[in-house]
Design a protein around this ligand. Structure first.
Ligand SMILES: NC(=O)C1=CN([C@@H]2O[C@H](COP(=O)(O)OP(=O)(O)OC[C@H]3O[C@@H](n4cnc5c(N)ncnc54)[C@H](OP(=O)(O)O)[C@@H]3O)[C@@H](O)[C@H]2O)C=CC1
Ligand SMILES: O=C(OP(=O)(O)O)[C@H](O)COP(=O)(O)O
Length: 361
């Protein structure tokens, strides 16, 4: 059993902890945060040992009646790997703590790429990261994850001459009342390209991609308008087939009459998904169009959850000998990723494979 510590228990951290707890080869060693708020109480109720991330905050936990299992050092010692889910910039400060204990760590996409020895997306570069023996790995951000999951298979199947995407970014998460805008539409960043294209190149280095960002008064999901000039001509139906075969792409059927992210979130909640999470890219099947070698489509990205299965796979890539396909299938199975069965799932099931818990160390 891999013992996984989660440092930072907010939007991403709480989901990563639950996803780790769902895996047959992993358990949650504990979680850490600085404030004994409702989320700390929820972590305690879920049975996760709660750690005070800063020694000077320990009294606050005692005063609030939230039992404290230890400090950050204790959590790192207890863990085979730590998933750092602290706010952007704090992960970089924490790397020294993980190094001091010689404990591998994952970081999130809010950190600069140079926080880690490698950036990770399971569909784009699991094998390279696993082979590199990198012990400090950054899981790319939600938007970059969403782009990488579609651009990797399109590049393999048809070749990508040039990808362009306009990212309509949600202003903040539903749990962030202090975010905005509340009545505006912001070029964000106003400079072009946005950081997302270069970030895709941290996991798909040879792919030509430019991105622009716009932030809007919405909290539910990001929405991407994607245009890809392919190297070979393809029918829209063939592209749809290619994307259907991806286990972390949900091709939203036209007859579902899903108008936008509000319907997608309702779809997930009706399906009984925890927190209404949508771990998959949601590509509108009807939007897939091809003019010559130019492909167009819309996809929605659930920023709170799409990186969660990627973190689970990154744990296996860093700590075990598990192959990419095995890990993805195991992660998907344990979480319930996929509204239908992908080709990848069918193939691995037919081969009788399953993720192993064989830790290297
Ligand atoms: N939300 C999103 O849409 C996405 C976020 N990311 C990235 O994931 C990372 C985390 O983001 P997100 O989950 O949204 O952030 P949140 O603000 O929701 O959660 C951060 C958590 O870290 C805790 N925290 C703050 N300071 C410290 C500290 N010094 N040590 C330990 N814990 C601390 C906070 O609680 P407390 O204050 O009690 O300590 C909170 O639990 C960022 O890099 C972000 O860019 C990536 C993809 C999508
Ligand atoms: O990593 C994210 O977005 P990004 O891919 O646009 O950088 C998350 O949605 C967090 O974004 P935020 O920095 O607006 O909270």
């Amino acid at each position: 059993m891999l013992r996984v510590g989660v440092n930072g228990y907010g939007t991403i951290g709480k989901r990563v902890a639950d996803a780790v707890a769902a895996q047959p080869d992993m358990e949650v060693a504990g979680v850490a945060k600085t404030t004994p708020n409702f989320e700390a109480e929820a972590a305690h109720r879920r049975g996760y040992p709660v750690h005070a991330a800063r020694e000077d905050r320990r009294d606050a936990f005692d005063d609030a009646g939230v039992p404290v299992a230890g400090d950050l050092d204790d959590l790192v010692v207890e863990s085979d790997i730590v998933v750092d889910c602290t706010p952007a910039g704090i992960g970089a400060e924490n790397r020294a703590v993980y190094e001091r204990h010689d404990t591998p760590a994952l970081y999130q996409g809010g950190e600069d790429a140079d926080v880690a020895d490698a950036s990770f997306n399971a569909r784009a570069n699991y094998d390279e990261v696993a082979a590199s023996d990198a012990e400090h790995v950054r899981v790319v951000s939600c938007n970059t994850t969403g782009l990488s999951r579609v651009l990797a298979p399109l590049d393999e199947q048809y070749g990508v001459e040039k990808a362009r995407a306009t990212l309509v970014r949600r202003g903040g998460d539903p749990s962030q009342p202090d975010r905005g805008p509340i009545n505006d539409i912001l070029p964000d960043p106003v400079t072009v390209p946005s950081h997302h294209g270069p970030d895709v190149n941290t996991v798909l280095p040879d792919l030509a991609v430019d991105t622009m960002g716009v932030t809007v008064p919405a909290t539910l999901m990001h929405l991407h308008s994607v245009n890809v000039t392919l190297e070979t001509e393809a029918e829209a139906a063939a592209v749809a087939e290619t994307l259907t075969d991806e286990s972390r792409v949900f091709l939203v059927p036209g007859d579902a009459r899903v108008a936008g992210p509000a319907h997608l979130k309702e779809y997930a909640q009706d399906a009984g998904r925890p927190r209404g999470d949508l771990w998959e890219n949601c590509v509108w099947a009807e939007s897939i169009a091809v003019e010559g070698r130019d492909l167009y489509f819309f996809q929605a990205i659930h920023q709170e959850s799409d990186v969660v299965p990627e973190n689970v796979d990154a744990i296996r890539a860093v700590c075990t000998d598990t192959e990419a396909a095995e890990s993805v299938v195991e992660t998907n199975r344990a979480l319930g990723v996929g509204f239908g069965e992908s080709e990848e799932t069918r193939r691995v099931a037919a081969d009788g494979e399953g993720a192993t818990a064989s830790a290297d160390d």
